[in-house]
Ligand binder design. Sequence first.
Ligand SMILES: Nc1ncnc2c1ncn2[C@@H]1O[C@H](COP(=O)(O)OP(=O)(O)OP(=O)(O)O)[C@@H](O)[C@H]1O
Length: 682
Amino acid sequence: MSDGQSTGGQDPNENSTGRQGPSGQDARSRPTPGRRIAAWARRRGSRWVRLLRLLPHAGLPLVLGGVVLALVLAIAPLAVIVLLGRLLGLVGAAVAGTPDPAAGWWDDAYAVLGVAVAVLVVQQVLAPYLTGLVEVASRRIDQYCIDRLLRASLGDAPVSALESPEALDILADARAAFSRWSRTPGEAAAALVPLLSRYVQLVGAAVLVGVVTSPAAGLLIGLTALGVRFGVRGTLGRYGLLFNSLAGHRRKVAYLRDLATTSAVTKEVRLLGILPWLRARLRADTLAQYEPLWAGSRRLQFWPFVGFAGIALVGGAVVLGLVADAAATGAVGLFGLGVALQAVLVAMRFGVYFPECDVQTQYGLQSFEALERFEALIAEGTAPRSVLAPPPAPATSIRFEGVGFRYGDDAPWVLRGLDLTIDVGRSTALVGLNGAGKTTLVKLLARLYQPTEGRITVDGVDLADVDAAAWQQHLALIFQDYVRYELTAGENIGFGAPHLLDDDAALLDAATRAGAAELVGSLADGLRTELSSRYTGGRDLSGGQWQRVALARALLAVRGGASVLVLDEPTAQLDVRAEAEFFDRFLATAHGVTSLVISHRFSTLRHAYQIVVLEHGAVVEQGDHAELMALDGRYAHLFELQAQRFRTPGAATGSGASTAAAAGSTAASAATTTTTTKETVR
Ligand SMILES: Nc1ncnc2c1ncn2[C@@H]1O[C@H](COP(=O)(O)OP(=O)(O)OP(=O)(O)O)[C@@H](O)[C@H]1O
């Protein structure tokens, strides 16, 4: 099946610049018009074939039922045309006074009318069934496509592949379809069924004209209708490409719209008083999106429409002339005339827009292509799973060897020449100023990104050669911008180890160790309470309470089998007492766990086995607290700076070590209340 649309894309036989190749080769390498048309037809055809291949995902019985129904609904109007033609013939005979009542003329007329009415009734009854069937089919196919989208975005692809503006534009369009902002792939595939009905009707109408008038008239009306049809769809296709090109604009407008309506931000928007700005910006950006579309619509649709209407008029007039001529010469009787006139009208209707399938196929196909392009983009950055080895369980050390990383080819280096050894079973603390690259280092360790240069090894095995998803199973990782799922407390904790989601004892134990037991106990429905007041019986948590839940998630992951615990700013939102208690509990239970903790609160880190200072993307100092204080370098300076905040007026401004003691005593910091030492971490 092929329906005319603009190509938009480049012919694969053209060279990529669209200019001629080196002279002498031009004539030989330039494809002939025939080959270009064949390539174009292949490309157009393949889009529809790919769409067609989606149909079985609706279930074969449903699709077959739909096809049968579509054929019945295509043939029914043709049958009515023939029956009404027959009635016209009978009436004509009656007017001419030729019918013989004894021969059952009235019976014939009533019978024909009765059958025609019956066919019309059947058509009316069946039409809603086809609509319903198409709807169910589209939902089922969409479910399959949503699964594909989830697999592509949450699969093995490195996060970098998901962050490019190009990927985000495509993803926004693919996602918008599933939020029913635009037509979905399922709607496009399911609309093929009513489209089939339309084409069968056209062929039937052309055949009727051909049979009752002349084959030439049938062919002409068929070709005219197809020509207009292809032209109209072509303009729709070109308009669709223009629409596609504005994906970035659409994403921005959607963001601004969400900003104005999402409860999480509305309170800040109100307090800042930026609503007037937001409204003006939303209006300006919306206009910036629609103005090119309106202009494009006038340019692409108005004059072509006038042109195609002209073709339809000329083609239809010629065929009607042929019919009239045949009628005048007596070659076509009243029956034939009635059939031909109705069939011509049916064929001419083919040139207009079909509400039940045109927009669906056009924009749904674009959504499907967005999904396909997104999958291809993600696949480009993802090594095939089969070639990747299962990851080793870390036994001795994780090493960063000359690691350099930047987020894009033109982006500045975030890490460069970074060498670091994390001993298995010990605790490592990572400190550094904002933007030093600490979180980036964690992302590399988690294999969300690949080092731009150098390598990360686990017991000598390059992480790049292991399966990322399997490696991530060894990690219990909480980022500083951890996710606050609007789901139950149990689910929020249980996601740390999905196989323990139903194990209440394990969930409560993790909550206890993260200092969240009291919180869970206070929830109306305990672990089953939704952590959002937007749901009945749900409850909103404070920032610190959320952090305890996130910590519980990480600790559950450790219980679930992860042996490397990575906490990025794990206690930034906890009050000082809670922070101290957490480290007490955490360190007391973290035997044998390899931990990497990032924190700006130095007091919490001083008992780490090793403290690593990151600056300008490289390790500048490394050692335990005492060693680094003795070094009196960057760490000692930062520690001193922080401790000054806690020092009472008039206190001595001695060495870093004494300052640390002051910090510990006045702030009831983790340093003083933590009873465990770096040995106990092992
Ligand atoms: N997804 C990203 N794309 C491009 N640049 C990024 C991205 N994430 C971080 N960066 C840049 O990388 C640099 C290091 O960021 P990173 O988050 O690793 O720092 P950090 O040491 O964790 O900082 P902080 O202490 O503030 O959390 C920053 O300059 C930041 O702008």
